[in-house]
Design a protein around this ligand. Structure first.
Ligand code: FES
Length: 112
């Protein structure tokens, strides 16, 4: 099982920790199921950059970044070394652990 700590760049949004999460779902899906709004304009197929997140800790639990994902991250607002697309970060269901994710300010993201 996984624990994910979500932090938010958006002013006034309190951090949120989700526990007992099963693998096999993406960070984006888990966020949405738990009331954390992250844009996902392309329908989660790595064809936009609106689900951009910063994966601060836990990259060992998700697949390596693909060339396609990297291309779309380049178009995201303020990409950093730990940028990922939330829809592509599917938690490995053979492991368990803890991740920390920072969600960029969603009010500044207007689609792709
Ligand atoms: S929802 Fe479009 S790339 Fe993730």
């Amino acid at each position: 099982m996984y624990t994910i700590h979500f932090k938010f760049d958006q002013k006034g949004q309190e951090p949120k920790t989700l526990n007992n999460l099963a693998g096999g779902e993406s960070i984006l899906e888990i966020a949405l199921e738990n009331g954390i709004e992250i844009h996902h304009n392309c329908g989660m197929v790595a064809a936009c950059s609106t689900c951009h997140i910063y994966l601060e800790e836990g990259d060992a639990f998700v697949p390596d970044i693909s060339d396609r994902e990297e291309d779309f991250i380049d178009r995201a607002r303020n990409p950093r070394i730990n940028s990922r697309l939330g829809c592509q970060c599917v938690l490995d269901d053979s492991q368990s652990g803890m991740l920390t994710v920072t969600v960029p300010d969603q009010s500044l993201i207007h689609g792709d």
